[in-house]
Design a protein around this ligand. Structure first.
Ligand code: IMP
Ligand code: MG
Length: 177
């Protein structure tokens, strides 16, 4: 019914304007920090980071290569803490400055796994850029170098984040209730 559909519309937590303003600020920071690097590789984690990565990199002016990982956790719906790489990056990152781009850091298991892998493969530097930080949910420590917004422990959708593969295309971050 009509009303049921309406109730499913997420409540706006971070508006499109707020998101875009912060994304431009973060891009400016990245531009400044990597001004002397000619070997920056931005790596997104599929699929959630895509909307954020595209907007962010459109504002970055230093030379940058782009690649993607796709991961999944064992035990759907639960936090098993064991992360599987489903799609690896194509580029070699040996000696490169890697900027890992993620939609949200929750327990931290996904990022911890990827950060360790990137270092093991010989990246010159590895930094983490995340749109959202759900710090109260953290189980393993991952330092976020560029953080968009810290949020409470609520389930969010939009701007890349999904519930059952829906809502990724919302231009804002909303609370799914
Ligand atoms: P972590 O390994 O627990 O940090 O998992 C992070 C991943 O869980 C993110 O990349 C998202 O795909 C997903 N996730 C965590 N919290 C949310 C949320 O509130 N909404 C949608 N996806 C989420
Ligand atoms: Mg994700």
């Amino acid at each position: 019914m009509e009303t049921t559909k309406k109730n499913r519309q997420p409540r706006i937590l971070i508006s499109e304007q707020e998101v875009q303003r912060r994304v431009r600020e973060m891009a400016a920071e990245i531009d400044r920090d990597y001004a002397d690097s000619d070997r920056l590789v931005a790596i997104g984690v599929l699929k959630g980071s895509v909307f954020f990565l595209v907007d962010l990199l459109k504002h970055v002016t230093v030379p940058v290569a782009v690649d993607f990982f796709q991961t999944s956790s064992y035990g759907a719906g639960t936090t098993a803490g064991e992360v599987r790489i489903r799609k690896d990056i194509d580029l070699s990152i040996r000696g490169k400055d890697v900027l890992l781009i993620e939609d949200i850091v929750d327990t931290g298991y996904t990022l911890r796994t990827i950060l360790d892998l990137l270092r093991w493969r010989g990246a010159r530097s590895v930094k983490l850029c995340a749109l959202l930080d759900k710090a109260s949910r953290r189980e393993v420590d991952v330092p976020i170098d560029y953080c968009g917004f810290r949020i409470e422990d609520v389930f969010v959708v939009g701007y890349g984040l999904d519930f059952d593969e829906q809502y990724r295309n919302l231009p804002y971050v909303g609370v799914y209730e």
